[in-house]
Design a protein around this ligand. Structure first.
Ligand SMILES: Nc1ncnc2c1ncn2[C@@H]1O[C@H](COP(=O)(O)OP(=O)(O)OP(=O)(O)O)[C@@H](O)[C@H]1O
Ligand SMILES: [Mg+2]
Length: 342
């Protein structure tokens, strides 16, 4: 697996969005969105269904006109320089857009030619990308015979043909089986390692953790949180202090001591005998010091202390009030048919 530096130092912005607004009737699909994506990074845009993710990607791809707001992508103005912009971006839309009648290879070759690649180069890129996405064996079959997962991979390959400097991936792995999901992730990492910038929308927290350095959470067309993965976790969910007593039989007594002490702003503590741990949700360093001090003053011995950040799922739930999609739920439905898988 290719490793990427998720936080390269202070590059320029490849994407800058300011005050983006797009209304559909009463619906505020985008309601004043600001977004910065640093060059050479993967930026995750998270949000529940209907948050405005696809609308944002469509505006940034010049597919729809916003009502107001500005956006610069790879140095081009999305509103006034759409032609130049289209030459340097790649898009994998949320819904696959391959030509059903053409074979996988023909789909890629055609797009390569449309992007002005020479015949030789278009052929080389098509072969290379089919190989990377495990589609070589199915290369000559019409796309209409492909499973959902295969179409998705073909779509991703198509968006990468022209080696775009900025790539938009709108929920790229929804409906993919775990193996294919990993292939897509590896390919994204590889593109970023080669210098591309990726704007990724996703409802999968694992995907965001795997790929994105910075995140922007949107809901009802508005940015409701942004920052690095760990910064968001720390900001939103607080931490859990995990204490391992020297004497495991004292776990319950320790929990009672903390709960009875009524320390300022502390919600309580919970003994987890199976792990031999006492979990105490804390919101500040002062609470951490107070809990440890209290246990020491009461004569409890401590072997180990750690703090644990909330998962990104917990963060998402805390700020949007909705559970993120469960990656396991829609896996397999698009499993690759045996006869054409490699
Ligand atoms: N062409 C359209 N006409 C009318 N309403 C639209 C249109 N496109 C999007 N919307 C509305 O705008 C809002 C944002 O939609 P959008 O597709 O951008 O959300 P999303 O974050 O991509 O959701 P999902 O996770 O389901 O893909 C929704 O309320 C949607 O119903
Ligand atoms: Mg969408």
């Amino acid at each position: 697996m290719t490793r990427i530096d998720k936080n390269p130092s202070n590059g320029a912005n490849a994407v800058e969005v300011r005050g983006m607004v797009k209304h559909y009737g009463e619906t505020k699909a985008l309601d004043g969105v600001d977004l910065d994506v640093r060059e050479g990074t993967v930026h995750g845009v998270l949000g529940p269904n209907g948050a405005g993710k696809t609308t944002l990607v469509r505006v940034l791809s010049t597919l729809i006109q916003p009502d107001s707001g500005t956006a610069m992508v790879a140095g081009y103005n999305v509103l006034t320089q759409p032609r130049q912009l289209r030459r340097v971006i790649g898009l994998t839309g949320q819904y696959a857009s391959v030509d059903e009648k053409l074979s996988g290879w023909e789909n890629l070759y055609m797009i390569g030619r449309l992007l002005d690649l020479s015949r030789k180069e278009a052929r080389r890129r098509s072969d290379e990308l089919l190989e990377r996405f495990s589609l070589t064996e199915a290369a000559k079959k019409a796309a209409m015979t492909y499973s959902g997962g295969m179409r998705r991979r073909l779509d991703l390959a198509a968006s990468m043909i022209g080696q775009p400097s900025v790539l938009y991936l709108d929920e790229p792995t929804t409906g993919l089986d775990p193996r294919t999901r990993n292939e897509v992730w590896d390919e994204v990492k590889r593109m970023v390692a080669e210098g591309a910038t990726v704007l990724l929308t996703t409802q999968y927290m694992e995907e965001a953790e795997q790929l994105a350095g910075e995140l922007t959470v949107i809901d009802k067309g508005k940015v409701i949180a942004n920052g690095g993965v760990n910064a968001l976790k720390a900001k939103v969910g607080g931490r859990t202090l995990q204490i391992q007593p020297s004497d495991p039989s004292q776990l319950t007594a320790m929990a009672i001591a903390i709960n009875d002490a009524g320390l300022d702003g502390l919600a309580g503590s919970q003994a987890v005998p199976d792990d031999g741990l006492l979990n105490v949700p804390i919101l500040s360093d002062e609470q951490l010091t107070a809990v440890v001090g209290l246990l020491g003053a009461r004569g409890f011995g401590i072997t180990n202390i750690g703090t644990h950040l909330p998962s990104l799922d917990e963060v998402f739930l805390a700020i949007t009030g909705e559970k993120p999609a469960d990656a396991a739920e829609d896996i397999v439905s698009d499993a690759i048919p045996q006869e054409v898988s490699v």
